[in-house]
Design a binder for this molecule. Structure first.
Ligand SMILES: Nc1ncnc2c1ncn2[C@@H]1O[C@H](COP(=O)(O)OP(=O)(O)OP(=O)(O)O)[C@@H](O)[C@H]1O
Ligand SMILES: [Mg+2]
Length: 380
């Protein structure tokens, strides 16, 4: 065996023995701190060099003095590598502890900033943590807002039912005692109040079916022009009462597959909202067109724009931009006060069709905007 081959065999053999012992030590220490693992790596490297040099030096019969020199040099290298391993492992442990602290804070309040700390993997983890924290905070905020809307809804609905019920009771008593001065007017008013309460209870029922996933759809081909004409004709009396011009434009022959009852309701809710929020002499326009991926229905009004913070929430159950029960348009008096269910129903029906609904402000300038446009995209 040549000298060189012998050196290879000895170096690999001694390295393998130390390496195996190192792996064993690593396995024993696998549940301990990262610092131990890195120290094992440093020790294995050092011992491999030391052992190899020792064996080869003896075989090569070099002088004691030379052997000492070699040992001093390799020992110095060993100490340096151990110190470096310790310093690096301490830093790694520190970075991982600070990550652990961040993980503990995920989901709690405050912010987590993605920091440039430690190796690339730690930085990626830190960025992921920060974005998970952010997503969680947004989800929690949304959940809180929904909860708040639900609470408000319950109190409004009870208010909206209690007030007309009290009125009906007073009128019924007056009729019973025959002290009503104008009985036909009392009858009309009772009828009006009852209609409004029935509408509210219907909306609540519809919404609970949507949320329970029990909305039964019967999709069939619908001629969009016919549907829009019917919706406009039905809302016309309300538009006239508010002196709002109501119009529409639909390409001839445009069809969409949808549940006729559901889609009529979507259109009716959007059109009535548009009319209610458009001042006298304003316009509400309904348009439909074929777009990539389906059919788009758009209801544009002259509401003067919806503020950004309200635009995110208008589809929430029970949300009303004006929470005061004072009238905000000539059409909204105590008898037409709303519960904030219409757009939640619109969203529920549209999503049950796998479609999307969104609102945007329109006009030459975004602020102040002229009006807003509700767009419904139904897959074709
Ligand atoms: N076209 C619109 N222009 C401006 N604001 C609107 C428009 N449509 C809805 N909004 C705002 O969004 C809120 C929620 O509308 P939504 O239709 O869900 O409830 P509502 O009209 O108040 O009551 P409901 O429809 O149950 O009778 C409204 O109270 C209003 O503040
Ligand atoms: Mg409405």
């Amino acid at each position: 065996m040549s000298d060189l081959t012998e050196i290879w065999v000895v170096a690999i053999g001694s390295g393998a023995v130390v390496g195996l012992l190192g792996l064993l030590a690593g396995w024993v220490l696998r549940h301990r701190s990262l610092r131990w693992q890195l120290t094992v790596v440093g020790v294995v490297t050092t011992l491999t060099v030391l052992l190899g040099v020792q064996i080869i030096s003896r075989r090569m019969l070099i002088s004691d003095h030379d052997l000492h020199v070699v040992l001093i040099v390799t020992s110095a290298a060993a100490v340096v590598s151990l110190v470096v391993a310790l310093v690096l492992s301490t830093a790694l442990v520190r970075w991982s502890r600070s990550l652990r602290d961040d993980v503990r804070r995920v989901g709690e309040g405050g912010t987590i900033v993605a920091e440039r700390r430690g190796p690339a993997e730690f930085q990626e983890l830190s960025a992921e943590l920060a974005s998970a924290h952010q997503r969680l905070a947004e989800a929690r905020e949304r959940e809180q807002r929904l909860e708040e809307s639900r609470r408000e809804l319950v109190s409004w609905v009870s208010h909206d039912l209690r007030t007309p019920l009290a009125g009906i009771r007073v009128m019924a008593e007056a009729l019973e005692d025959e002290i009503a001065t104008d009985p036909p007017r009392y009858h009309r008013q009772i009828r009006g109040e009852v209609d409004r309460m029935v509408q509210m209870v219907d909306d609540l029922f519809e919404l609970s079916r949507i949320h329970a996933g029990q909305l039964i759809l019967d999709p069939q081909p619908i001629v969009v022009g016919d549907l829009v004409s019917e919706a406009i004709a039905a809302a016309d009396p309300i538009a006239r009462a508010g002196r709002v011009t109501l119009g529409g434009e639909v390409p001839h022959g445009l069809q969409v597959a949808a549940d006729p009852g559901g889609l009529s309701r979507v259109l009716a809710n959007l059109i009535v909202n548009g009319i209610r929020h458009t001042p006298a002499d304003g316009t509400v326009h309904v348009a439909a067109r074929s777009v990539e991926g389906g059919v788009e229905l758009a209801v544009t009004d002259g509401c003067g724009g919806i503020p950004d913070e309200a635009r995110d929430r208008v589809f929430d159950v029970g949300y009303r931009a004006t929470s005061a029960r004072t009238p905000d348009s000539p059409l909204q008096d105590a008898h037409t006060a709303r519960a904030g269910l219409g757009l939640a129903i619109v969203k529920g029906i549209v999503e049950a069709h796998h479609g999307e609904v969104a609102v945007e402000n329109v006009g030459p300038t975004a602020s102040p905007a002229l009006g807003c446009r509700f767009r419904v995209l139904l897959p074709g």
